[in-house]
Design a protein around this ligand. Structure first.
Ligand code: BG6
Length: 483
């Protein structure tokens, strides 16, 4: 059966930077199902060849050394362009005719990828319905929806309602590219394909968990979006809560879309709702120096470019274990890491040489130095029974050199093949907003917590370090060592 992926918003940045390079890599690696076509849809007028030509240039740039001219020549004829307007039903009807022309009369499998401005997600879904393009009598029809999915719980619910008038939930694939990252999927493997971690993965052995997504970049030219989004909508509601869910979930009964997502949603449902006192004490926000000077940023903008928060998961496994989440732009380095901080031994027999004994720690390096380190105590040779922390170090680039794919490759393939395990379900997205909405409302109405300024190139505001220290703990501020 032929497969077609139609990209709405085809002239946008994501198409050039991520989607086409990922589809091209799948083709180059011979993973794309045979008889797959890619069709771009947006208002700009292009002929098929003009679009192919411009994509060749951008793919060369973004695929770097993974571009080879020969495989591009076999990929390019699979790529087509159909100009059209999201607001025009006629354009969707002619798109339908065009798709049947290139697919033939038999059954076909289609993925509609909404990579438009977010305000068009609902209208695009409705137009697909009105033009009869969501009808499955001629094969599967799926819709992939980019982030952000809503700007709060209410708008996410409304968008779900609109999408569900046209597509059944099993046809809807809400994408979060963090789930396409190998190291995020490896967290499932680490937890559920090994026996040694499960017995200690709970409140009896773990003191707390830290999830950090730090970025060196500033917001650059993205103020138009970022000013109204801020760090909580941009990073926490989706990527960071996904990391939290996978770190904290119970084992699903099998690896399939619904059992996996059932367990993930339960984590969000167990997050303790925050009282106003908690919102002030347990959430933290900052803004990097120079943010107000960025293009299109309001002079008195209170938009947070850094946030940290302490969440509690009220269930049997995690009772009493705080989860510290933080993310920021303009930080010391780019690193996404999950730190599982174990408890101190109940009684210490050995000398640490005057230093405080550091308890064992498992560090999952999501990126960029993908891997896992276990930090544990070792006897220092020839110094009596003195001990020091050392580590066991697994690095993807040593054990699997040169094999790390882009997140979008996996996710696009899963969407084409109908596997929704790594996509967010409607209830998951709404549950995530339930955690973020009160924080956003509190920050909008109160001057608490204050917006702390921070110097670029550090780990966020100094007060964030003090905030953490006040809990008797320390942030694990370590930039990954790149080889
Ligand atoms: C995007 C955010 O979803 O994720 C960006 O909008 C952020 O602000 C990016 O920079 C981070 O993705 P990654 O894969 O580079 O960690």
């Amino acid at each position: 059966m032929p497969h077609t992926i139609v990209i709405f918003g085809a002239s946008g940045d994501l198409t050039q930077r991520k989607l086409i390079p990922a589809l091209y890599q799948l083709h180059r690696k011979k993973r794309l199902p045979a008889d797959t076509r890619v069709v771009g849809f947006s208002r700009t007028e292009f002929s098929h060849d003009e679009w192919r030509k411009s994509l060749e240039e951008s793919t060369k740039k973004f695929a770097g050394k993974n571009f080879d001219a020969e495989s591009w020549t076999t990929f390019a004829p699979k790529v087509f362009y159909h100009p059209g307007d999201i607001g025009n039903l006629e354009d969707f009807k002619t798109l339908g005719t065009f798709l049947t022309e290139i697919e033939g009369d038999g059954k076909s499998s289609r993925v509609y990828y909404l990579s438009t401005a977010p305000r068009f997600y609902g209208p695009a879904a409705e137009m697909l319905g009105a033009a009869g393009l969501a009808d499955e009598s001629n094969g599967p029809r799926r819709v992939v929806i980019e982030k952000p999915f809503g700007t709060d719980g209410e708008s996410a619910r409304q968008l779900n309602d609109v999408v569900h008038t046209v597509f059944a939930e099993r046809q809807v694939y809400r994408i979060d590219h963090y789930l396409g990252k190998e190291t995020v999927q490896n967290l499932l493997v680490l937890r559920f394909a090994n026996t040694i971690f499960e017995p200690v993965w709970n409140r009896n052995y773990i003191d707390h968990v830290q999830i950090t997504v730090a970025e060196e970049v500033t917001i650059g030219s993205r103020a138009g979006y970022y000013e109204s989004a801020g760090i909580v909508r941009d990073m926490f509601q989706n990527h960071i809560l996904q990391l939290l869910m996978i770190t904290a979930m119970e084992a699903p009964v099998r690896y399939a879309a619904d059992p996996v997502r059932d367990e993930k949603v339960k984590v969000l449902q167990a997050v303790r709702p925050m009282t106003p006192e908690m919102l002030t004490a347990d959430t933290f926000r900052g803004q990097y120096d120079g943010y107000l000077k960025e293009k299109d940023v309001a002079d008195n903008s209170q938009t947070a470019t850094f946030a940290a928060m302490k969440l509690w998961i009220d269930n049997w496994r995690w009772n009493g274990v705080p989860f510290f989440l933080r993310s920021g732009k303009a930080m010391s380095c780019r690193t996404t890491q999950i730190v599982i901080q174990f408890r101190q031994p109940p009684h210490m027999l050995f000398s640490t040489g005057g230093r405080e004994c550091q308890a064992d720690r498992l560090v999952i390096q999501v990126q960029p130095a993908e891997g896992i380190q276990l930090h544990f105590q070792t006897k220092v040779p020839d110094q009596g029974m003195r001990i020091r922390q050392t580590d066991l170090d697994f690095r993807y680039d040593r054990d699997f050199p040169g094999t790390m794919p882009e997140a979008y490759e996996r996710l696009l393939l899963d969407a084409l093949e109908g596997d929704a395990s790594l996509f967010a379900r409607a209830d998951e997205v709404e549950a995530a907003w339930k955690i973020c909405d009160p924080i956003l409302q509190h920050w909008a109405n109160e001057n608490q917590p204050p917006v702390y300024k921070y110097e670029q190139g550090l780990w966020g505001p100094q007060q964030s370090t003090e905030w953490m220290e006040a809990t008797g703990r320390e942030w694990f501020d370590a930039c990954p060592v790149l080889s």
